[in-house]
Design a protein around this ligand. Structure first.
Ligand code: FEO
Length: 393
């Protein structure tokens, strides 16, 4: 499948309806994804990015139906991660001398991954590539989200090829933002932001402001994943500015794992207390072993505070809780509060471990942790409710 986007610009990517996991097994993709590759056929013919390696042959076959491969003058590799560069080895087998434009870090990354001495041309912010009567202008975006990431802007047509930025893992044959279910679209956008871009919030804000200051006309944003933003493309830019500003909603999320339901009972009591003391807050409760970890990260991203619990096991915490805490630490959330709890039989280290880990991750911790011996009886259940009532005052 290929389709025309505007004038002489075509989408030549791959819709991956089957994708369930991304970044290895690290990121769940409940709605599949797309790898967007774009073909510009002006006086010069330019290919922007490719698709993931498993689809390389299909991609090159389709591309060769759209254009004589030997007529491709330039390839732009906005980002070297394999979901966009993975078809380069197959493509370059056909056109080994075609120049590849990438950032300085893109060169290192592409060479490091493919060990090929292709015809690389390093570009930096402000460099242009003439298409004839129009230009491609390059803007580096280091750490958004890899050191090599960059975008390019096509003058006259006013198309921004933003690569991962403004993308989302969402498969649809519609391929435009105004044609798909808006709730699904924005659920995938915020999940993508929360799980991938949160650590880089300051850089997101700075880079967007730098680009906005150029006052470029913008007709469409063409990301490398998901739908093309042709209807009010600025709306996703505004969302990014909002999310990058240490985003939170009036939500408190209780996350726990449990062995024999003691910690679950405590979690439910804490949630009851939270609801009683803050009736406007959206209190949500998740047995984290039963939920998708990336969806939970999105819930944490939306929260003003979290309460995390685990029973004590082998003087530690359950592995599911440890895994989530590891993800939380890497994402560097800011301006969020947290508390810890857990049941125990004989040693009871778990709340302290959780509290110390969350504090290290940048959360403002409540002074008290809640430890409950064995399962809560009526009296200790009431104490758990009171604990919830007194949180985050
Ligand atoms: Fe879509 Fe960073 O790769």
């Amino acid at each position: 499948m290929t389709f025309n986007i505007k004038n002489n610009v075509y989408w030549v990517g791959k819709i991956d309806w089957e994708l369930e996991r991304f970044h290895g097994y690290e990121y769940s993709t409940h709605r599949g994804s797309t790898y967007n590759s774009y073909l510009i056929k002006e006086e010069k013919t330019v290919l922007i990015d490719t698709v993931w390696g498993p689809y390389a042959k299909e991609f090159v076959d389709n591309l060769s139906k759209e254009v004589d491969l030997n007529k491709i003058d330039y390839i732009v590799a906005n980002h070297a991660e394999p979901d966009h560069s993975g078809s380069l080895p197959e493509l370059m087998r056909h056109i080994p001398d075609t120049p590849i434009y990438c950032s300085k870090n893109g060169l290192k990354s592409l060479k490091g991954q493919y060990h090929q001495d292709w015809n690389f041309n390093v570009v930096k912010t402000g460099d242009t590539l003439s298409l004839g009567n129009k230009d491609l202008v390059f803007v580096e975006m280091p750490m958004l989200h890899w050191p090599d990431s960059m975008l390019c802007y096509m003058t006259d047509d006013s198309l921004l090829f933003s690569n991962d930025a403004f993308g989302h893992h969402y498969a649809s044959e519609f391929m435009y933002n105004d044609l798909v279910d808006q709730a699904e679209l924005f659920a995938e956008c915020i999940k993508y932001y929360a799980n991938i871009l949160t650590p880089f919030n300051p850089m997101v804000t700075k880079k967007i402001k730098e680009i906005l200051a150029l006052n470029l006309p913008l007709d469409m944003i063409c990301p490398s994943h998901g739908m093309i933003w042709r209807d009010q493309p600025a709306q996703i830019v505004e969302k990014y500015l909002e999310w990058a500003d240490d985003y939170q909603e009036n939500q408190i999320t209780v996350l726990y794992d449990t062995m024999w339901n003691g910690t679950r009972s405590v979690a439910e009591c804490i949630a009851k207390g939270l609801r009683e003391s803050d009736s406007e807050a959206n209190v949500k409760l998740f047995h984290l072993e039963k939920r998708d970890k990336n969806d939970l990260i999105t819930e944490i991203f939306k929260s003003k505070a979290i309460v995390v619990g685990s029973p004590t096991v082998n003087r530690g915490i359950l592995s599911s809780v440890a895994a989530l805490l590891e993800m939380i630490q890497g994402l560097k959330f800011k301006k969020k509060r947290a508390a810890a709890f857990g049941c125990y039989g004989w040693s009871g280290e778990s709340p302290k471990i959780i509290s110390e880990t969350l504090e290290k991750a940048g959360f403002a911790m409540e002074d008290e942790v809640l430890k409950v011996n064995w399962n809560p009886d009526d009296e200790s259940a009431q104490q758990c409710i009171e604990f919830g009532k007194n949180l985050f005052k």
